[in-house]
Design a binder for this molecule. Sequence first.
Ligand SMILES: C[S@@+](CC[C@H](N)C(=O)[O-])C[C@H]1O[C@@H](n2cnc3c(N)ncnc32)[C@H](O)[C@@H]1O
Length: 277
Amino acid sequence: MVISADDYQAFQKLLHEKSGILLGENKQYLVSSRLSSFLKEQNLTDLSALLKALTRPGNDKLLQQVIDRMTTNETLWFRDGFPFDFLINTILPEQKANNKNNINIWCAACSSGQEPYSITIALDEASRSANRHKMPMSVDIVATDISSRILEQARNAEYQSLEITRGLTPQRQSAHFDLQADGTYQLKPHLKKNVRFSTLNLMQTPYRLGGQYDVVFCRNVLIYFASDLKIKVINSIADCLKPGGYLFLGASESMPSSIERFEMVRCNPGLVYRKRP
Ligand SMILES: C[S@@+](CC[C@H](N)C(=O)[O-])C[C@H]1O[C@@H](n2cnc3c(N)ncnc32)[C@H](O)[C@@H]1O
């Protein structure tokens, strides 16, 4: 698909306004590879026709479909390792020691579910270990993403053999998944039911999640956002965190220096941010 400079700029602006995603310069190939077949399905000749269609009233569904295709959903099991270890070995025992028995965790930008399900797997393993008495009684996990298409995959909790090998040991694969006749792996039902999924666009603040959280995972999404938006999102997440609550960012992401609502805690390896009381 050939994309004119004007159409590319208009598309960049629209995507940024609606999803926060900042497409760099010269990423026409990305737009082309992600949207070409969709445009054919929609009988739209090119990006210019899509932009016109998006300006018509009642275009919400089309816009959602475009955002679904433009998001980068790269994820894996137990990504970076330390957030899951620190959650199980430090945060949850600390909460339990403070007589908190019901913990709320929010995975913002959860993609196809590997992040929230890694948490349920880690919790399940901890509940069978010698340290089980250090775990709070109940842990509620809410997982959100802007893409309704990726959330559908997350809800199904069914993974291809290539996906299952990315971050899961063979022991974990056989302990927590059922191999199905078609060669896909289904997460065991008791783990699947521990996560509630819903659509949430991090651009739309304040977040109406109906509660305050003890721990938030917001990893590998803010890298796609401009710095002013990143500040707005982190402040809005802070509004949803209880005092003393923890925020995990991606391993390559850092807290903007203008935000003073968090203190940095070293996990060795890695970092987590604790909301100041
Ligand atoms: C690279 S994945 C990261 C998944 C997971 N957190 C991890 O670290 O493995 C980024 C996710 O952010 C989502 N995303 C992008 N823009 C978003 C927005 N404005 N609001 C919520 N989610 C968004 C994408 O749909 C995608 O699933």
